[in-house]
Design a protein around this ligand. Structure first.
Ligand code: FUC
Length: 766
């Protein structure tokens, strides 16, 4: 009893070794061993994974432009000479021959794109701390703060370490203190696995790590500075040594010479000097407070309550993942939802690169799929939720990338297809490659840019910003549509316009007329038509696109009642492929709807049933969205359960699609798309508005009978607050930002509510 009292008094955090905020905190009672147990921080440009060790600590860090390669145009000159031959071969059923010829004459130069790299590690050793004498250990990430905190007691001293990646100050900052004076002693070594990097010491408390990515153009510097209160700081060899300080602040600045995809003329050293000079007089408290207010400005916009968890909510996050199927922990679903928002804030800020396959977190110089931007599902999934979860400005990097590929993709359109406009195939990299890569059986898929362009129109639909539409979105969308106006050709067998050579992403090889392409192109043309009407321009083009749109091969229902994945009725009901591309028109597209196209809607459901409930992380996440669009909340929830399965951990045998201990989506390996896809899926379960009608609680699962949400955004410029009880809406409030008419569906009835800017529409169920 006495001991207990002693503990509570001296270590109040140990009583809180159950988190006080179960839907907003990831926490653990041991340091991370694997990278996928470490906790992520990021400011859009600089990211880090924090292991939370006691006597030894590792902070692995990234800067978003540390990539292999150099400015380069990838298109294959003159490839257009083979286009008709490829089409003819495919129409004649000679797929193998077409793939062979395409592989030689129709692919990117070089065949592969470049790779995102790890930057380095901060390695800290604490000679006065005995890792075998540690008690009351916690490490946690509070999503509302964006700070990873490690606390523990050792040798009678309580240590607290915090780390953040600041957007306003553009540094990673770590603060170390203790509840007794003079207890902060450590050695800090910045390291890197890039060959030929070297360390210099520009000042007594500064180390500079410089280098160049192997065989590439990217030069980098990581600059570490340590500031102490009390004690001593000195650099010796490859380390900064702090002895007997009361507290210490480590600042890490990181930069490269990258300016844009065709310019690498910046000076990373000057960049870092400027960054650190700008905060020379700032204390940790000031840096932290600027970070907190910047972060909260984005994070606090949305609140979600899906019900009350049982006592499991107090357990470490990995325990909760293991127990999720027991159904007693809706707070964990909230945590996953908010984690998606957190990760976007941390990996995608205006002016930065868009979130890549791993966001910005990457521990390898040979990461899976080069950790680039794969656009046949992954990059789009990263941004599905951004508008609805009130983080619209974080789409800016995606649009900047689109600006780039709409330039670099012109040469690819011209050289490979003899077409106007621009085209992007299934991947791009820091150098904005747009030509087909890797293998002809899936690399030749020309609708990546068209799919991404959907996000430009969404940004206008949610925000109503006509200037954005005119200046930024429309030129890119128009260029994408011009490409397809030239590219589509008439299928001699059916007379329809078709896409090809192309593929249904990664399934079935090179073909003519994959269903997904036609859905994407129809939507692109539809959005360009709508945009040109809003802007009052391009009436001739509009008519042309209308005509072409009506002639594109339609969706077809096959012999099994399924939605056909291809023009031919060859779907295999045993095929469990992770991609379910032909359901694009259901989600994220909108041409397949319950009321508008009931037959296709039923066929889409059939196809999804055949595909099954398994898959990689992102595939599971997409299926949450699909089932929500099919208005089957319980099935959507089942997919969420499948995604919230602990994988790749010593605590489980399971190694398939799911989440790691740090809630990172596991393809496996780690791929961030499923995190964002899950956040989007939860939105789709609560509200849908893609058809122009607002449907509240369209797919509420029985697991969440009571709940509320605050601060979601809807198309047409409405903010949504909503509360439900016993599975039924209690009240919804729509706040009008643009003065549009809200059309709200309830069962068979659609009611219209004209609004003025700032007006609220309060809907109560009777
Ligand atoms: C697509 C998917 C893979 C993986 C890769 C990065 O090619 O088919 O599953 O996600 O992207």
């Amino acid at each position: 009893m006495k001991k207990c009292l002693f503990l509570v008094l001296l270590f109040p955090f140990s009583a809180a070794a159950q988190t006080s905020d179960p839907s907003g905190t990831l926490w653990y009672d041991e340091p991370a061993v694997q990278w996928t147990e470490a906790l992520p921080i990021g400011n859009g440009r600089l990211g880090a994974m924090v292991f939370g060790g006691t006597a030894r600590e590792r902070i692995q860090f990234n800067e978003e432009t540390v990539w292999t390669g150099f400015p380069h145009a990838y298109e294959r000159k003159g490839a257009v000479a083979y286009l008709d031959r490829l089409r003819a071969l495919l129409l004649a059923g000679k797929q193998e021959e077409a793939e062979r010829i395409a592989q030689i004459h129709f692919m990117s130069v070089p065949l592969r794109q470049m790779s995102y790299q790890s930057f380095g590690d901060l390695r800290l050793t604490f000679p006065t701390i005995d890792s075998t004498d540690v008690s009351s250990y916690t490490r946690e990430l509070r999503l509302s703060e964006g700070i990873v905190r490690t606390e523990f007691a050792s040798g009678g001293v309580l240590y607290t370490r915090k780390v953040l990646s600041s957007h306003p100050d553009q540094v990673i900052a770590r603060h170390l203190n203790a509840d007794a004076g003079g207890e902060i002693t450590f050695e800090l070594r910045p390291t890197s696995r890039h060959r030929g990097t070297y360390l210099t010491s520009p000042g007594p408390d500064v180390l500079s790590l410089q280098g160049r990515v192997d065989m590439g153009a990217i030069e980098f510097e990581a600059r570490v500075e340590v500031r102490v209160a009390g004690g001593d700081v000195a650099t010796a060899g490859d380390a900064i040594t702090v002895t007997g300080a009361d507290e210490a602040t480590i600042l890490l600045a990181g930069a490269t010479n990258f300016v844009s995809y065709n310019d690498v003329s910046a000076d990373p050293v000057r960049r870092n000097e400027r960054t650190l000079n700008a905060i020379e007089g700032s204390t940790w408290d000031e840096i932290r407070d600027r970070h907190l207010s910047d972060h909260a400005g984005l994070f606090s916009r949305v609140e979600l309550d899906l019900g009350k968890s049982g006592s499991i909510r107090l357990q470490p996050t990995d325990d909760r993942i293991l127990a999720f199927r027991e159904g007693d922990d809706p707070d964990l679903a909230e945590l996953l939802f908010q984690y998606g928002r957190y990760l976007l804030i941390a990996s995608s800020r205006p002016g930065s690169q868009p979130a890549n396959l791993q966001g910005i977190w990457n521990d390898s110089n040979q990461p899976p799929w080069e950790s680039k931007w794969t656009v046949n599902i992954n990059t789009e999934m990263n941004y599905w939720a951004a508008e609805a979860v009130n983080l619209a400005e974080l789409t800016d990097p995606l649009f900047s990338m689109l600006e780039d590929v709409s330039e670099s993709g012109r040469a690819t359109a011209r050289e490979m297809y003899g077409a106007r406009g621009w085209v992007l195939h299934h991947n791009t990299d820091l150098w904005r490659g747009t030509a087909p890569i890797n293998a002809s059986d899936h690399g030749i898929w020309p609708t990546g840019g068209a799919w991404l362009s959907q996000h430009l129109w969404w940004h206008y639909e949610y925000g109503g910003d006509e200037e954005f539409l005119w200046n930024r979105a429309y030129p890119i969308m128009r260029g994408a549509a011009l490409f397809f106006a030239d590219y589509l050709f008439e299928d001699p067998r059916s007379g329809y316009l078709v896409s090809g050579p192309s593929a249904s992403p990664e399934n079935g090889g090179l073909v003519i007329g994959p269903t997904m392409d036609h859905q994407i192109i129809r939507e692109l043309f539809g959005n360009v038509i709508a945009a040109s009407e809003v802007l009052g321009v391009d009436s001739d083009l509009r008519e042309r696109l209308r005509d072409l749109r009506g002639r594109i091969a339609p969706n077809r229902i096959g012999r099994l009642g399924q939605l056909q994945e291809w023009l031919e009725d060859i779907d295999d009901p045993e095929n469990k492929h992770r991609h379910v591309s032909h359901l694009w028109g259901l989600h994220p597209g909108r041409e397949i709807t319950r009321r508008g196209t009931p037959d296709l809607f039923a066929a889409a459901r059939k196809s999804l049933e055949y595909r099954g409930d398994g898959g990689t992380g992102w595939s599971l996440a997409w299926k949450i969205n699909f089932w929500a669009r099919l208005h089957d909340g319980d099935h959507a929830y089942r997919m969420l359960e499948n995604l919230l399965t602990l994988t790749g951990s010593p605590r489980t045998e399971y190694n398939g699609g799911g989440v790691y201990a740090n809630l990172f989506d596991a393809h496996p390996p780690f791929q961030i798309d499923g995190n964002f896809g899950a956040t989007s899926g939860i939105v789709e379960m609560l509200v849908q508005d893609q058809t122009g009608e607002i449907e509240l609680l369209p797919a509420l699962p029985s697991a969440w009978p009571d709940g509320s949400v605050h601060g979601l955004r809807l198309r047409g410029g409405f903010d949504l607050d909503m509360e439900w009880r016993a599975g039924r809406l209690v009240e919804a409030v729509l706040m009008s930002r643009l003065g549009n008419t809200a059309r709200v569906r309830s069962g068979n009835i659609v009611r219209e509510y004209p609004t003025e800017i700032g007006q609220r529409v309060v809907l109560q169920s009777n």
